[in-house]
Design a protein around this ligand. Structure first.
Ligand code: F6P
Length: 327
């Protein structure tokens, strides 16, 4: 089939993630290699509505492979959720003669992308860029590896002080409702406990465990709590209630979104960017690029956003192993 795409638009949308720049670079350079012009759309769907469109060439993406954040800026757009907002955005796409989009973002961004395809006939392919790793049918999302590294770095540092002062620290990590960051960083950081959405561990049970561990000489604990489970400060206060424990709550917050993307994220982003351009050239739309067992695939947005076929058992296994190894 001859390629009908002459101009591609690329945007980053929703919460930024480390590796988004690497994905933008790959999209731009692959498209140019294929003789396709590239326009960058700034500030996600917000910028699309406002017509914030720039011409891009190979030099526009020089030296960004290892930079965190996104040179295209990003935003969460309320206006794009309205019919009027979408109409304005589509007008901008048409005015700039953009034939297809590569949308780098997460769950909310892909629901918007699906509407662009389904209701407005704008072809587009998504690249999963979110630290949360909360999309279906993909093993990883761009940024998920780096954010686990960032949490791990913090946990290792917290370990130094928690061991020295023989305290209990409750460390809250991001991830929306997805346990991924919590269980990965928990296992890698040797956490004594992980609380994530779906956990059924009561505060009373943790207190009992802390008491019995003390008898075997364990005097310090790191408890990782996923933001989808609860707040570090509140859990710390509950743990301290009527006990002799010295408990601190720490929320790691947005540091988890920043920093240089690590090698796995740069590699994933670079592979997915070029793959997305090829998919558009083949006339495919309404799909997200996914990675399964190292292989790139295309998954319909509706499955990626709404079907979570994976993980409950996997998270459980990681949790059990973390507990076993923390005795
Ligand atoms: O989706 C990425 C993420 O960092 C989540 O982990 C977190 O819940 C949310 O975004 C925070 O959003 P904001 O930056 O808008 O506060």
């Amino acid at each position: 089939m001859p390629n009908k795409i002459k101009t591609i638009g690329v945007l980053t949308s929703g919460g930024d993630s480390p590796g988004m720049n690497a994905a933008v670079r790959s999209v731009v350079r692959k498209a140019i290699f294929e003789g396709i012009a590239v326009k960058g759309i700034l500030r996600g769907y917000e910028g699309m509505i406002k017509g914030e469109v720039i011409d891009m060439n190979s030099r526009s993406v020089s030296n960004i492979l290892g930079r965190g954040g996104t040179i295209l800026k990003t935003a969460r757009s309320k206006e794009f959720m309205t019919e009027t907002g979408q109409e304005k955005a589509v007008r901008v796409i048409k005015d700039h003669e953009i034939d297809g989009l590569v949308i780098i973002g997460g769950n909310g961004s892909f629901q918007g992308a699906h509407i662009l395809h389904d209701k407005w006939g704008v072809p587009n392919i998504g690249i999963p860029g979110t630290i949360d790793n909360d999309l279906g049918y993909t093993d990883y999302t761009v940024g998920s590896h780096t954010s686990v590294d960032t949490v791990l770095d913090a946990v290792d540092k917290i370990r130094d002080t928690v061991t020295s002062m023989e305290r209990i620290y409750v460390v809250e990590v991001m991830g929306r409702k997805e346990p991924y960051i919590a269980v990965m960083a928990g296992l890698a950081g040797g956490a004594e406990e992980i609380l994530y959405p779906g956990s059924e561990i009561s505060i009373e049970r943790i207190k009992k465990e802390i008491d019995s561990a003390e008898k075997s000489g364990k005097m310090s604990w790191i408890i990782i709590v996923s933001e989808g489970y609860g707040k570090a400060a509140e859990i710390a206060a509950q743990l301290e209630e009527n006990t002799k424990y010295n408990v601190r709550g720490i929320t790691l917050g947005h540091v988890q979104r920043g920093g240089k993307p690590n090698a796995p994220d740069r590699i994933l982003a670079s592979r997915m960017g070029a793959f997305a351009v090829s998919a558009l050239m083949e006339g495919i739309s309404d799909h997200m690029v996914a990675v399964r067992s190292m292989e790139l695939k295309l998954v319909p947005y509706e499955k990626a956003c709404f079907e979570r076929e994976k993980d409950i058992e996997f998270h459980r296994q990681l949790y059990d192993l973390t507990k076993l190894l923390a005795t």
